[in-house]
Design a protein around this ligand. Structure first.
Ligand code: NAD
Length: 429
């Protein structure tokens, strides 16, 4: 993933007096209560296992020394190595990284992959740094946390403002330190050096599968659905493309600059050609221009927020007509808006389930690297389909059993899986 806007870093923080970790706890506590979680396990699962803070001195291009603060948090490693991205941004904080590491714990557990949750970040502004400075910072950051990461310990990945090139530097730095090439220390690498086929499309593919299953549950024929997608980047564009291939009608798409509406259905292949050239959907001739705030209020069956956090709020939720919302983005719905939508009977598939195919395919990358044997794209997609279908079915079954919304159900599934293994492993003291 690449550059994001400032909103990306405000995940639900305004809700709980500025603490992102507090927001995570609020969601956790609702599910833990329903599970009757015993207080000991409750305490364990609400504390990060390890928080690392490092200082990374770098000689900048002008000859000056700058010292950057970096974090790596391993929130929980009960189910396997910590898994989670590294972000570069001026607003990175220990609170945010800890919350994101906790969310990764629950996402990996919902996806039913043998990983715990981790996250990393460095306080920096990569838009003001040269390629050499970013490489130097990456290598020093990895060197500072090297004892904590590794294929069996903690496996980073790209996140905000980091990409496959940066993952290649992470892999190289780690490999130089341990003395042999270790591709499985990081995922999201270029295909040529151990990346997985199908990774680029994975999150959108999972969103498509979640939409298909949600439509089945709600009793709508996917081929007759009218869909609006917010954001046309990696997640939004692939979701739209795959859903159109399934016969659904994508009637509206927007991005940071503008939007497009076509009642008969947008030709997504043509829109992809347009965005490939202009880097925005704005100006696309295959529909009418759609002003910013209009997308959420459209008369559609499915709404897919696939752009930023905190997009669906109490300001726009009452105008939403969709029967299904699939959270392609992380945290697109504020808690009060989510409550409102659930009360109105809107079926919301939460981020930790809807976009979990990204981390599932990272898991596939790690498996292939460890095997040293690579799958075809068809094999990756087939395994992804199975994992996503199983995850969706389990969360839906839990939602029905506990009579709760899908977000609470996803937390129940995740917490239960981690708690069960914590009990089985027992207390080491
Ligand atoms: P991206 O940068 O490729 O695309 C983001 C899109 O959102 C762009 O089209 C951008 O123009 C649009 N956008 C920005 N501001 C907007 C606004 N105000 N209104 C409408 N559109 C706007 O990012 P991505 O990788 O597609 O990620 C999107 C979301 O999905 C993020 O929340 C990310 O954390 C989440 N996510 C991504 C992955 C993945 O594999 N890429 C996995 C899990 C979750």
């Amino acid at each position: 993933m690449n550059a994001r806007t400032e909103q990306q870093f405000r995940r639900r923080t305004d809700v709980l007096g500025g603490s992102t970790f507090g927001a995570m706890l609020q969601e956790f506590n609702v599910a833990a209560r329903l599970l009757n979680l015993d207080s000991g396990i409750w305490k364990i699962l609400t504390h990060p296992k390890r928080q690392i803070i490092v200082s990374c001195p770098i000689q900048m291009d002008n000859g000056e020394i700058e010292v950057f603060t970096g974090f790596r948090v391993q929130y929980n490693i009960t189910l396997g190595p910590a898994k989670g991205g590294i972000r570069y941004h001026p607003d990175v904080s220990l609170d945010e990284v800890t919350a994101l590491a906790a969310w990764m714990t629950w996402k990996c557990a919902v996806a039913h992959i043998p990983f715990g949750g981790g996250k990393g970040g460095v306080i920096c502004d990569p838009t003001k740094m040269s390629r050499r400075e970013i490489e130097a910072l990456t290598r020093r950051y990895v060197a500072e946390i090297i004892d904590a990461i590794g294929p069996e310990k903690d496996v980073p990945a790209p996140d905000v403002n980091t990409n496959d090139q940066i993952m290649a530097w992470v892999m190289d730095t780690y490999s130089m330190h341990v003395g042999h090439t270790t591709t499985s220390v990081v995922t999201g690498k270029p295909i040529e050096m151990g990346g997985s086929l199908g990774r680029r499309e994975a999150t959108g593919r999972g969103v498509m599968i979640a939409t298909r299953e949600a439509a089945k549950h709600v009793g709508i024929d996917l081929k007759k659905t009218r869909i609006a997608v917010q954001g046309f980047g990696n997640v939004g564009s692939v979701s739209a493309q795959l859903l159109a291939q399934q016969g659904a009608r994508i009637v509206a798409v927007d991005d940071w600059k503008g939007g497009v509406y076509n009642e008969k259905g947008i030709d997504i292949e043509k829109l992809l050609a347009h965005t490939g050239q202009h880097r925005t959907v704005d100006g696309f001739a295959g529909g009418d221009p759609l002003p910013g705030e209009k997308l959420f209020g459209l008369d559609v069956d499915v709404l897919i927020p696939a752009a930023l956090e905190n997009q669906i709020t109490m300001e726009n939720a009452p105008s939403i007509k969709a029967k299904i919302i699939i959270e392609g983005a992380n945290g697109p719905t504020t808690p009060d808006a989510h409550r409102h939508l659930h009360e109105r009977g809107v079926f919301v598939v939460p981020d930790i389930l809807a976009n979990s195919s990204g981390v599932t395919t990272s898991y596939f990358e790690w498996v292939q690297d460890r095997y040293g044997y690579f799958w075809t794209e068809a094999e990756v997609n087939e395994r992804l389909e199975r994992k996503m279908f199983e995850a969706f079915s389990e969360v839906l079954k839990t939602a029905i059993k506990f009579n709760v919304d899908m977000r609470t159900a996803a937390y129940i599934v995740a917490i239960n899986r981690v708690a069960t293994v914590t009990r089985m492993r027992g207390m080491y003291a």
